[in-house]
Design a protein around this ligand. Structure first.
Ligand code: FES
Length: 152
């Protein structure tokens, strides 16, 4: 039986009915058509599905929709201000913080949280915080440079 869930996603409130086992990731992608959030491993190991819940980053593949009812969700689609990109998005472009781009939405959501949560005080600290976001193309040094630029 489906359960009622209220989600505020990127400032818009949605009243949804979801399966008890539906992940936030699947709800975002399949019910709300917000496909910027990516499914890599679907079990908490790659970070491609990273979003913010009440300002904190989470792996949306490990988060059940029913667990976040009433909370504020931000996805990569909600980061820009209209046509104006978020400074972290600009910095990823400037520093080539991606190649294929598949992990990029998750990387950027983690990168923003890294600064907001106060874990961007050194390159080592950034690397530690970002270690749950895997990039198969190996753009790590450029991602760190992008975060350092926004931090400073
Ligand atoms: Fe969620 Fe990989 S899809 S961590």
């Amino acid at each position: 039986e489906k359960l009622p869930v209220k989600l505020e996603v990127n400032g818009q409130v949605h009243d949804l009915k979801v399966e008890p086992r539906s992940t936030l990731l699947d709800i975002l992608r399949e019910q709300l058509d917000l496909t910027g959030t990516k499914k890599g491993c679907d079990h908490g190991q790659c970070g491609a599905c990273t979003v913010h819940v009440d300002g904190h980053r989470v792996n949306s593949c490990l988060t059940l929709g029913v667990m976040v009812s009433g909370k504020k969700i931000t996805t990569i689609e909600g980061l820009s201000n209209g046509d104006e990109l978020h400074p972290m998005q600009e910095a990823f472009i400037k520093h080539d913080g991606f190649q294929c781009g598949y992990c990029t939405p998750g990387q950027i959501m983690s990168a923003v949280a890294c600064i907001n949560e106060g874990h961007a005080n050194s390159e080592a600290e950034i690397r530690e915080y970002m270690s749950g976001n895997i990039c198969r193309c190996g753009a790590y040094p450029n991602i760190v440079n992008a975060i350092l630029e926004v931090k400073n």
